[in-house]
Write a protein that binds this ligand. Structure first.
Ligand SMILES: *Cc1c(COP(=O)(O)O)cnc(C)c1O
Length: 415
């Protein structure tokens, strides 16, 4: 392979035009961290201006002119990205808080079952929440251990399931290795044991096809600031299958989830639909910024995005084999594309130092996850093929020259 081939792939890329829809003030920076914070869609600037007008001119009247409905309207758009129906997705809170609400509601709905099953590839926040809710509910968390630290077989999960399990809560794509569960098969497995299935889609939505309705999943959560490009700390979303809504009790109820908020009734009675999961007044300014990124994902189409993402992560794996494996870099992601999300993790004992060197000396921005993984995230809306070639070349040069060893990592906080 050579660079010219990668340039040619960019020329033939049917999604190439989407890159121009993002703010890219420094085109020389190779951004491979869209799986942590997506780039800013250009339409966000316009939307910010518009929200400022709605606030300054419309004042409180704007609540009746689109603000009140925003968590549902944008939720319905996210639903199209994750294979859910209208009225099943609500934009609300952080992912962590959304997870708390759903897990708590799931356990309360089925008190005869007292175990939550998850795995050790899941995101720390998810484990904290599962543990906290289990403690509150007098339940227990069972954590399936990955044998290789990268993936988990359906059989291994199966062994942890039984009639005592209320809920299986997993990340659809694992944040460290990028391992991708078979959503349909695992949902079916959980349900064979009578458990509800909850997917955390943070590393999937916008990059990997998700079909919650088709899988029959009961619940899901996910963030909007990764492949959905919703901005730093953008509100997350929660999904609950429509038939379940009557069974779900919001553990943090609030006046805007009340059936009739403006009755100012001192006794709580919840809305019939997904709106019952509302806690307080939604963060309208932040929510409005989420929409442009989702629109771009819908316009491109998730199948096309996945196609490009597979091709790009496959090329990264090929380049790793050709140029990096002999330099002591291991592949810390699954080799099989069907089991891999949209990032490739590369392992090296000096991973943190190498990642910092790439950022500081070579304008390549990956991220680092302990103990040794450098994550190269591919965002098919704006990652070019040439960038992948250049990033791997930079990494190869750093390893061959040993230059990266001069980089100081003492002051690093966010990686
Ligand atoms: C990024 C991510 C989160 C983020 O949680 P917040 O509460 O929104 O900060 C949660 N779960 C997973 C799997 C993630 O990848």
């Amino acid at each position: 392979m050579d660079r010219a081939q990668f340039v040619e792939m960019d020329r033939q890329d049917p999604l190439a035009g989407f890159r121009a829809r993002f703010a890219i003030p420094e085109p020389d920076i190779i951004y491979l961290d869209g799986n942590s914070l997506g780039r800013m869609p250009l339409a966000v600037t316009e939307r910010m201006e518009q929200v400022a007008q709605e606030w300054s001119q419309g004042l409180v009247r704007s609540w009746g002119e689109g603000w009140m409905d925003m968590p549902h309207r944008i939720g319905d758009k996210i639903a199209q990205v994750i294979g859910a129906g209208p009225g099943e997705v609500l934009l609300a809170d952080s992912t962590t808080v959304c997870l708390y609400k759903l897990v708590s509601a799931a356990l309360a709905a089925r008190p005869e079952r007292t175990v939550i099953v998850t795995d050790d590839l899941n995101f720390p926040s998810d484990l904290y929440i599962l543990q906290a809710v289990a403690t509150e509910a007098g339940a227990e968390v069972r954590v399936v251990q990955s044998q290789d630290g990268l993936s988990i077989d359906a059989d291994e999960l199966d062994m942890a399931l039984g009639p005592e399990v209320a809920l299986v809560s997993l990340s659809h794509t694992a944040f460290k290795s990028g391992f991708l569960y078979d959503g349909a098969a695992i949902t079916a497995l959980a349900q064979q044991h009578g458990a509800w299935m909850l997917w955390d889609l943070s590393h999937s939505a916008g990059a990997v096809p998700v079909a919650l309705n088709e899988w029959g999943a009961e619940m899901a959560v996910g963030c909007t600031y990764k492949y959905l490009n919703g901005g730093p700390g953008a509100p997350a979303y929660l999904y609950a299958r429509s038939g379940l809504h009557p069974e779900l009790t919001n553990p943090i109820p609030g006046w805007l989830g009340h059936a009739d908020p403006f009755s100012f009734d001192l006794n709580y009675s919840s809305q019939p639909g997904i709106g019952r999961m509302t806690t307080g007044t939604p963060p309208i300014v932040a929510m409005a910024m989420v929409e442009p990124g989702i629109d771009l994902v819908l316009e491109a189409g998730i199948e096309k995005l996945r196609e490009k993402s597979i091709r790009q992560t496959d090329l990264l794996v090929s380049l790793w084999r050709e140029k990096l494996e002999g330099l002591g870099v291991s592949l810390r992601s699954p080799q099989r594309v069907e089991r891999r999300g949209s990032h490739v993790s590369l392992g090296h004992p000096d991973g943190l130092q190498i990642a910092r060197w790439l950022i500081e000396e070579r304008n390549v921005i990956p991220d680092f996850r302990k103990p040794d993984s450098i994550r190269f995230g591919v965002t098919p809306l704006y990652t070019t093929y040439a960038e992948l070639w250049d990033a791997v070349e930079a990494l190869r040069e750093g390893l061959e020259s040993g230059d990266y060893r001069r980089t100081d990592t003492h002051s690093v906080s966010v990686t």
